[in-house]
Design a binder for this molecule. Structure first.
Ligand SMILES: Nc1ncnc2c1ncn2[C@@H]1O[C@H](COP(=O)(O)OP(=O)(O)OP(=O)(O)O)[C@@H](O)[C@H]1O
Length: 368
């Protein structure tokens, strides 16, 4: 699968701009703030219908304008596929494929497989469990069409159950039969989500460990484990056990919406005990394992976006990654860096074609 061209209208700092891409390696180079990451994010938008960096749609529209359009032309299975994401202030975002509007975004997820490696990934280590749940959910939904809709149904029941708990508390009343309907539904969807996450991690963890050792020079032992109360007890029992607590808190305190992943090095949390380099290797290994997994499941070579590539990797590791393109492990690659020479120095060493796209503030406001 290849992104052949991209055009942006009023997307972040770009007013109107077109890009033609190389089938293999595309290097976006230019000074800080010129819009390199915004271009990668536009490509991310085409795959996921949202920004990787800023979930608030209106903030992705260029200041003082009313709408944005991100338009990509792909070649997939020898067919041209035109995907357009557009948003107008105050209205719902629209995704179209070959002129047809999708009824739901989840139908589109997985159609254009993509993996992004960015400095923002550090949130996976530093932030709360929701960031790590989003990561695994994102990977699974790219290869399992039903997963996202089950997750959405589960989330809806949790919020309905929370509203009921609040109602009971405010009105000083209680009706276990009403709660029981929600418990049954949560149990059904929650068990399915738990199983899909556990099955996914069983395949994913060994790939991750292999990737970590391939990119890090150290021999340290790293681990990634799934933490879910549902691994030991079914959700119905857990909901019953936590009923008193939930009534007091007025929300559902147990379920797959509380699952987490623990990241450890030599048995200790990497957040506290991993060096900067070990943390970066850990994150890259996670993303490369994501790439391997999606490629295997979808049988399509995902697009790989490497944002600010030298932030995470020294030149030797960048070479290691770029070489994977040479070995046909990767398909199309988009790299952003501030230094044209440094990037070109690495990519010209391999036998694949590449394109250096130089950005400067003047081309953000004109047709190329
Ligand atoms: N909604 C918006 N409207 C206009 N400009 C925006 C909007 N959102 C972001 N920008 C601008 O986009 C620019 C940042 O672009 P981006 O993050 O892509 O830069 P970059 O080239 O990747 O920089 P760096 O090398 O520092 O990572 C900033 O100048 C910012 O003000």
């Amino acid at each position: 699968m290849i992104l052949k061209s991209l055009s942006l209208i009023n997307y972040k700092n770009f007013e109107a701009i077109n890009f033609e891409f190389d089938d293999k390696i595309n290097c976006l180079v230019g000074n800080n703030g010129v819009g390199k990451t915004n271009i990668l994010d536009a490509i991310y938008h085409l795959s996921f219908g949202k920004s990787y960096f800023n979930p608030i749609t209106s903030q992705n529209i260029k200041h003082n304008t009313d709408f944005f359009v991100v338009d990509g032309l792909y070649q997939k299975d020898n067919r041209d596929e035109k995907v357009i994401v557009s948003a107008k202030r105050g209205q719902k975002k629209v995704i179209k494929r070959n002129g047809k509007v999708y009824d739901t975004f989840s139908e589109h997820i997985g159609f254009l497989p993509l993996v992004i490696i960015s400095p923002a990934d550090r949130d996976l280590i530093t932030e709360g469990s929701d960031t790590r749940r989003k990561f695994i959910d994102g990977v699974i939904s790219q290869s399992d069409q039903t997963y996202l809709s089950i997750l959405l149904k589960y989330a809806k029941i949790v919020s309905q159950r929370n509203a009921l708990l609040k109602y009971f508390a405010v009105n000083n009343t209680f009706d276990p039969t009403q709660l029981d309907i929600y418990n049954q539904q949560l149990n059904e969807y929650g068990s399915s989500i738990h199983k899909k996450r556990a099955d996914f991690l069983e395949i994913f963890i060994p790939i991750f460990i292999d990737r970590y050792h391939a990119i890090s020079s150290g021999k340290e032992k790293v681990s990634l484990t799934y933490q879910s109360k549902l691994s030991d007890t079914d959700l119905l029992t857990l909901l019953e056990q936590n009923l008193g607590k939930d009534r007091m808190l007025q929300y559902t305190s147990v379920g797959v919406h509380k699952d987490d992943l623990s990241f450890e090095i030599e048995g200790y949390p990497i957040k506290k005990f991993g060096s900067q380099g070990q943390q970066k290797s850990f994150l890259i290994a996670l993303k490369l394992a994501q790439f391997d997994f999606i490629k295997k499941q979808s049988k399509v070579n995902p697009i790989l976006l490497l944002d600010d590539i030298f932030d995470k990797l020294d030149e030797k590791r960048v070479e290691h990654i770029i070489k994977l393109v040479d070995d046909q492990i990767f398909g199309q690659l988009f790299i952003s860096d501030t230094h044209a020479d440094r990037t070109e120095g690495v990519v010209k060493k391999i036998s694949q074609s590449y394109k250096i796209i130089k950005l400067d503030p003047t081309i953000t406001t004109q047709e190329e």
